[in-house]
Design a protein around this ligand. Structure first.
Ligand SMILES: *Cc1c(COP(=O)(O)O)cnc(C)c1O
Length: 395
C-alpha cells in the first residue's frame, strides 16, 4: 500500500506495536535473494525497527493459524511463518521482534521489563515525550514566549525557566488553575475553590491504573485534610465499553464523592478527551499517578503536567523512574524500602506535600520551576524523535 501510494523508496519501516508486523511478510516477498529467489531475512531486518508499547498481555495480538490461512492465505510458507511468529499461533510481537534490526521499549524501566519478557532479543529504550507546544496552556505559552522565545522549536531551552521569577510562574499557574476550577463549577454543583490544594487524576479508567488508590482509606484522607490543609480532587477518564472492572472504579469514585467528608471535594468530569486532558494537566497543583507496577510502560500525562509546572506524586514506574528527583520535581511512591504504597502516599501528602504548598509557597514554586526546567525540557517529542533518528533509524 505504501509503495502504491507513491512512497517507493523507504529506508526504514518503523513498526509501532505488533499491529503493523505483517509488513515484514510483504517485504520478505519483495526482497528475495536475486541469486536463488529465497527469503532474505537479513535484508528485511536491516530495513525494519520495532517499538513495543506495553507489558500488558492483551496488548500483544495472537491469531490462530487457521484464521491466518483463511484471511491472508499463504503470504510466505507456513513453515517459515511458524519459525518467525511462533509455533502455536501467529504472535505479531514475535514476528516484529524476529524481523527488526532495532527494538525499543518506551522508557528505561519498560525496556528492562520488555527485555525480561523477550529474552534473547536485545531491547533498547527510547523514552516517550509529549509535544511541548501542544500540551502547554495559554498562560505558560505566553510566559515562555516572553522569556524563552526559542522554546517553541527548541523545547530543550525550557531549562532557562529557572530564570523566570517565581511571581510570574505562580501567576501563569493560577490562570490555568482558575480555568479548570471554573470548568468544574460550571459542570458540577461542587463549589471548587482556586485557593485549595487541587490534585488531578485523569487517564483511561482501567483496573491496573488504580484511579481510586488515593481513596483506599477515606478516614485517613479526611484526617490529613483537617490537619495539613484542604484538598480537592479532579478526576477524568473513560473505561473501554467492555471493561467492567474499569467501569466499577468510576462508579466507586462517584459514589464516594457524594459521601466523603466535606474537607475533601471530589469531581469526576465526563467526556475526558484531549482538550479536557490539557485543561486538567495544566490546571491542578499536583498530578497523581498510582498504576500497579510494572504495567505502566511510560505514561505521558505526568509529562503534560511537567511542561505546565505541575509536579507529580507517582508510583515509581514508567517514565517517573527517570523523571522523579525526590522533593525537587515531585515525589515517589513505592520504593524497595517502602513496600506499603498507600501509607507512603498518605505520609507524603500529610508531611511533605501539603505543608510545602500551604506554608512554604516559595519552595513550592521552585519545585514547579524544576518541573519545567528539568522535565519539560527533556520529556518532549523533539528529544524523542532525535533519539529515534540517532539510535534507531540510523543506528
Ligand atoms: C495524555 C492522555 C492519555 C494518556 O495518558 P497516560 O498518562 O499516558 O495514561 C489518554 N487520554 C487522553 C485524553 C490524554 O490526553
Amino acid at each position: 500500500m505504501i509503495a502504491q501510494a507513491g512512497y517507493g523508496n523507504i529506508r526504514k519501516y518503523h513498526m509501532n506495536e505488533g499491529h503493523s508486523a505483517l509488513l515484514t511478510l510483504e517485504l520478505l516477498n519483495h526482497r528475495k535473494r536475486k541469486e536463488n529467489d529465497e527469503l532474505d531475512f537479513e535484508a528485511v531486518r536491516s530495513q525494519c525497527v520495532f517499538t513495543t508499547h506495553t507489558p500488558v498481555a492483551a496488548g500483544h495480538d495472537q491469531f490462530p493459524y487457521d484464521l491466518v490461512a483463511q484471511v491472508l492465505g499463504e503470504v510466505i510458507s507456513f513453515d517459515y511463518l511458524r519459525m518467525l511468529a511462533g509455533d502455536e499461533q501467529l504472535n505479531m510481537t514475535l514476528l516484529a521482534l524476529n524481523l527488526s534490526g532495532h527494538v525499543n521499549g518506551v522508557a528505561k524501566k519498560h525496556g528492562e521489563v520488555s527485555q525480561a519478557m523477550f529474552p534473547g532479543y536485545p531491547i533498547d529504550s527510547i523514552t516517550n515525550g509529549i509535544h511541548a507546544l501542544s500540551w502547554s496552556c495559554e498562560s505558560f505559552r505566553n510566559l515562555y514566549d516572553r522569556h524563552i522565545p526559542a522554546w517553541r522549536n527548541d523545547p530543550l531551552s525550557l531549562r532557562y525557566a529557572l530564570n523566570i521569577s517565581l511571581e510570574e510562574v505562580w501567576e501563569a499557574h493560577m490562570e490555568a488553575k482558575r480555568a479548570i476550577i471554573e470548568y468544574v463549577n460550571r459542570h458540577l454543583p461542587k463549589a471548587f475553590d482556586p485557593d485549595v490544594f487541587t490534585i488531578g487524576v485523569a487517564r483511561r479508567a482501567t483496573a491496573y491504573k488504580r484511579l481510586d488508590f488515593i481513596l483506599t482509606d477515606t478516614d485517613r484522607l479526611a484526617q490529613i485534610a483537617k490537619t495539613a490543609g484542604k484538598l480537592q480532587l479532579i478526576y477524568g477518564g473513560k473505561a473501554h465499553p467492555k471493561d467492567w472492572p474499569g467501569k466499577e472504579v468510576i462508579k466507586r469514585i462517584v459514589n464516594l464523592s457524594e459521601k466523603i467528608d466535606p474537607s475533601i471535594r471530589i469531581a469526576y468530569l465526563e467526556n475526558y478527551d484531549m482538550n479536557l486532558g490539557a485543561l486538567i494537566t495544566s490546571g491542578v497543583d499536583l498530578w497523581l499517578n498510582t498504576p500497579l507496577a510494572p504495567n505502566e510502560a511510560s505514561g505521558t500525562s505526568g509529562m503534560k503536567a511537567s511542561v505546565n509546572g505541575v509536579p507529580s506524586l507517582s508510583v515509581l514506574d514508567g517514565w517517573w523512574v527517570e523523571g522523579c528527583i525526590e522533593g525537587f520535581t515531585g515525589w515517589s511512591i513505592g520504593s524497595a524500602e517502602h513496600p506499603d504504597e498507600v501509607r507512603e502516599l498518605y505520609n507524603k501528602l500529610e508531611y511533605r506535600i501539603l505543608p510545602t504548598f500551604y506554608n512554604k509557597r516559595e519552595e513550592w514554586i521552585r519545585i514547579m520551576q524544576h518541573c519545567i526546567a528539568i522535565n519539560g525540557s527533556f520529556f518532549n517529542t523533539h528529544r524523542m524523535v532525535q533519539q529515534y533518528v540517532l539510535n534507531s533509524y540510523f543506528a
